[in-house]
Write a protein that binds this ligand. Structure first.
Ligand code: IMP
Length: 425
C-alpha cells in the first residue's frame, strides 16, 4: 500500500503524529517538497520530538527515510538534525538517503529570504519562516540552483564563490548585508564529507523498493492552502504540498499511489500572513490557541486560530483526491457551548461562494456563512473508541464529513500516540 499524506488547511494539522503511526506499516518514508520550514511534532511516550527536514519515519528503527528530489535541503539544518536524531538513540546508517537531484538551500538564500521579507511593504509581507525556501526554489526554476549532487563535483567550491557574488548583488539592491565568499567556502568545505555518505540516486532507490513490493509513505509538509498553485497566492510557500507533488517530488508515477490521506484539524489555524476567512480575534480564538497549544513548531510564533472552514476542506478534498481523512484535535473543542462550521463565503451583494476563489480580493468582500452546532462540554481525550464519544461530538464530526466528502479514517483526540482512533483505515 503506497500512501500520500497531505495537509488540508494552512499547515499544522497534526501531520507528524499521523505520519508516525502510518510509518509503522510503511517500509520507506519520503519527503517530497518543502524544507526546514516544516516542523513535525511527534510525541512518543513522554518524549516530544520535533523534526524539520528528516522524515518522521526516522523514529522507527529499520525504516528507510528519503529526502526526495522535490525538497530544498539546507545542509546545515540537516546535519544538526541528523546529530540530534542520533543523540536520541536512532541509528541512521544505511537507512537515510538524500536525492542527488534535491536542491540545496544555501546561506545566501536565507539572507535573501529575510531581506526580501523586510523590504516588502505592510500588507504584502508573507510572514515566511526565513529558512530560504522561496529563494532556493526560485534558483531551481531559474536554473541556477545548486543540487545536492553538485557537492560531489570538483568545482563545487568555485560555484559557491560565483553564487555568493551573484547573491551579493541582490542583497546590495535590497539594502542588506553582503556575504564573504571565502567565509562561505570555509563553511561549506566540511559539509561535503559529512553529507557524502547519504547522497543517493533516490529515483533508482524508490523504484527498486516498489519493485520489491515495499510499501511507501509520502510525507507532505505544509499544506494545500500554502501550495504555490492552489493556495492563497502570493501568501503561500514555494512548493506543491498537494498530492501531485508526491510524484514530481519523488520520481514515482501516479499509478503507484494507492491512496491519499488528508489531515484535517477540526478547527483552523494559520501562521504567517494572508487571508483566513474564519479567523477569530476574540476569546474563542484565544481558547483554541490555549487548548490547542497553537504556537509554531519552527518559529514559535502564536498561530492565528478560527472555526472549521468546510469551503477550504472541500477544496482540499478535490485537489488532492482525499480518500480518507485523519481528523485531529477534536478534544480542543471540548469546552465550547456551541461550535461553528463555515459552509460558504457570502459576498456583500449576497452571492455565496461554495468553492475557494482564486482572487483574494474577493475575500475582502465576503463574510463566512456559519452553521452552529451544540458543543459537548466534556473531555474527550480519554476516549478510545469512536462509539464512546459524546453524541454531539460525533454529530460534529459527521456533519464535517458530510460537507467535505471523503471517508473518516482516523480521529485524534489528544497529543499522545494512544489517543489516535483508527476507524476506516
Ligand atoms: P516559507 O515556506 O518560509 O517561504 O513561508 C511561506 C508561508 O508558509 C508563511 O506564511 C509561513 O508561515 C508558511 N509556512 C511554511 N511552512 C509552514 C509549516 O510547516 N506550517 C505552517 N505554515 C508554514
Amino acid at each position: 500500500m503506497n500512501t500520500v499524506l497531505v495537509g488540508a488547511q494552512w499547515g499544522d494539522e497534526g501531520k507528524g503524529k499521523v505520519i508516525d503511526f502510518l510509518t509503522e506499516e510503511a517500509d520507506v518514508v519520503v519527503r517530497f517538497q518543502g524544507g526546514s520550514n516544516a516542523g513535525h511534532t511527534v510525541v512518543v511516550g513522554d518524549k516530544k520530538y520535533v523534526l524539520h527536514l528528516v522524515p518522521s519515519g526516522v523514529l522507527h528503527e529499520g525504516k528507510h527515510c528519503v529526502i526526495g528530489n522535490g525538497v530544498v535541503m539546507d545542509p546545515f539544518d540537516l546535519m544538526k538534525e541528523l546529530e540530534q536524531v542520533e543523540s536520541w538513540g536512532f541509528e541512521l546508517k544505511g537507512r537515510f538517503h538524500i536525492s542527488e537531484r534535491a536542491h540545496m538551500v544555501m546561506q545566501w538564500h536565507r539572507a535573501i529570504d529575510r531581506a526580501e521579507e523586510a523590504a516588502r511593504p505592510a500588507g504584502r509581507k508573507i510572514g515566511t519562516t526565513g529558512r530560504g525556501i522561496g529563494p532556493a526554489y526560485a534558483a531551481k526554476v531559474g536554473r541556477y540552483g545548486m543540487r545536492v549532487g553538485d557537492i560531489l563535483k570538483p568545482n563545487f567550491l568555485d560555484v559557491v564563490r560565483a553564487q555568493v557574488e551573484d547573491a551579493n548583488r541582490a542583497l546590495e539592491a535590497l539594502g542588506a548585508h553582503t556575504l564573504d565568499a571565502e567565509e562561505m567556502v570555509k563553511l561549506y568545505t566540511p559539509m561535503v564529507a559529512a553529507l557524502m555518505p547519504y547522497v543517493t540516486d533516490t529515483i533508482q532507490f524508490m523504484h527498486e523498493s516498489l519493485e520489491a513490493g515495499k510499501s511507501v509513505l509520502f510525507e507532505g509538509a505544509q499544506a494545500t492552502m500554502l501550495d504555490v498553485d492552489f493556495g492563497t497566492y502570493p501568501f503561500v510557500t514555494s512548493s506543491n504540498p498537494t498530492a501531485g507533488g508526491a510524484c514530481t517530488g519523488s520520481g514515482v508515477s501516479p499509478r503507484a499511489i494507492d491512496r491519499v490521506i488528508g489531515v484535517l484539524k477540526l478547527y483552523t489555524t494559520r501562521v504567517g500572513e494572508g487571508p483566513f476567512p474564519t479567523e477569530l480575534k476574540d476569546a474563542d480564538g484565544e481558547t483554541l490557541r490555549r487548548r490547542g497549544g497553537e504556537f509554531g513548531a519552527t518559529t514559535g510564533r502564536p498561530r492565528r486560530c478560527g472555526w472549521f472552514d468546510a469551503v477550504v476542506a472541500r477544496y482540499a478534498q478535490r485537489v488532492n483526491g482525499v480518500d480518507f481523512w485523519a481528523m485531529t484535535k477534536l478534544d480542543v473543542l471540548d469546552e465550547f457551548e456551541t461550535v461553528k462550521i463555515c459552509t460558504g463565503y457570502r459576498r456583500d451583494d449576497g452571492f455565496v461562494y461554495q468553492t475557494f476563489p482564486a482572487d483574494l480580493a474577493v475575500l475582502d468582500r465576503c463574510e463566512p456563512v456559519y452553521e452552529e452546532l451544540p458543543g459537548w462540554k466534556c473531555e474527550t481525550s480519554h476516549v478510545t473508541r469512536y462509539e464512546d464519544l459524546p453524541e454531539n461530538a460525533r454529530k460534529y464530526v459527521e456533519r464535517v464529513l458530510e460537507l467535505v466528502g471523503g471517508k473518516l479514517g482516523v480521529l485524534s483526540v489528544g497529543p499522545a500516540r494512544e489517543t489516535t482512533l483508527r476507524i476506516g483505515v
